[in-house]
Design a protein around this ligand. Structure first.
Ligand SMILES: [Zn+2]
Ligand SMILES: [Zn+2]
Length: 136
């Protein structure tokens, strides 16, 4: 998996020191709304390994969550691409929106979260753990 990425318009560019070790899909309703899609594809990256090299993402504090955790959603203020999210309980990690990676050929989710609110047409691969809510 490539370790560089950018938003749609190219104003936000980032790099990772290492390919993400943890990958997953979030089917929560808020991710569906933010992505304008069926789910978010995510990669957990330790904060020190994530670098914004160009531009400054805007922050939306998403307090209307089922978990009660205010999710910080960072996105490009020009083109609207979601770039990454942070949750207060995991201050050491960012959750990258992997569709913004330059090369997604290696992406394969290791787990699904909030599968209880997944869209009906989405079929989850057998053998990939799915949690109806968040992992807690
Ligand atoms: Zn942009
Ligand atoms: Zn979500």
């Amino acid at each position: 998996m490539s370790t560089t990425g950018q938003c749609l318009c190219g104003k936000i560019k980032y790099s990772l020191d290492n390919p993400p070790a943890m990958t997953g899909v979030c089917h929560c309703k808020n991710c569906q709304r933010q992505a304008g899609s069926a789910f978010s594809t995510l990669a957990g990256v330790p904060v020190p390994e994530f670098h914004i090299n160009h531009g400054q993402p805007k922050l939306y504090k998403d307090a209307d969550t089922d978990s009660g955790d205010a999710v910080e959603r960072f996105f490009c203020g020009d083109c609207g691409s979601p770039i990454y999210s942070k949750v207060p309980s995991q201050a050491e990690m960012i959750y990258l929106k992997t569709g913004t990676l330059d090369d997604t050929s290696e992406f394969a989710p290791q787990f699904h979260v909030w599968s209880g609110s997944k869209q009906n047409w989405v079929e989850l691969a057998e053998g990939v753990p799915a949690m109806p809510k968040n992992p807690g």
